[in-house]
Write a new protein. Structure first.
Length: 184
């Protein structure tokens, strides 16, 4: 069953979402799944900020304004996309990582643990029929201007979520044999 779920997981983009709201209880279930991700030295580095309602509008405004500030030739289509995508989502979870203040392990391990937490959410969202997409725009480096981040915390991207209509494309991967070496 889990293998079928892994094969079924897809990126579902905001343009594909319908307007069906996502219940807070369902988001809490996804966050609980994230909380069970493996992590070295039990640092539990994942942090999440859930945006619903008007906070999605504020995020879209912030991203589009910041994009125009930092780009000498901003593209109107990009401005509109940054403004509209948050509004299309049923909810957005800002994916953040809290660095262990003691730096008791390499940073990449905490990044990997946070990514595993997101994969747990993604698989559960797939099972629940909620489309999801991890977006990591270049603008995430400015998110400390939008969110109150703790010392050592940084934003890694946004987990856009929404219900969608219709079927998703079949997944495709090259053969695993092309990516594995067996050693005796």
């Amino acid at each position: 069953m889990i293998f079928e779920l892994i094969e079924k997981r897809r990126s579902v983009f905001p343009v594909q979402y319908n307007n069906k709201p996502i219940a807070k209880a369902d988001i809490e279930k996804l966050l609980e799944a994230a909380n069970w991700a493996p992590n070295h030295k039990k640092t539990e580095p994942w942090r999440f900020k859930v945006l619903m309602g008007e906070s999605k509008t504020r995020l879209g405004q912030f991203l589009s304004h910041k994009y125009q500030q930092v780009n000498t030739q901003p593209k109107q289509i990009k401005i509109k996309k940054l403004m509209d995508n948050p509004l299309k989502a049923g909810a957005i979870i800002a994916i953040c990582m809290q660095r262990d203040p003691n730096e008791s392990l390499p940073e990449w391990e905490e990044l990997a643990a946070t990514a595993m937490a997101v994969q747990n959410m993604w698989l559960c969202a797939t099972e629940m029929g909620i489309g999801s997409y991890w977006s990591s725009p270049g603008l995430i480096k400015y998110m400390d201007e939008f969110f109150e981040l703790a010392e050592g915390e940084r934003c890694l991207g946004f987990f856009y979520m929404g219900y969608f209509d219709g079927a998703l494309a079949e997944g495709a991967r090259g053969p695993i044999a092309d990516k594995v070496q067996w050693l005796d």
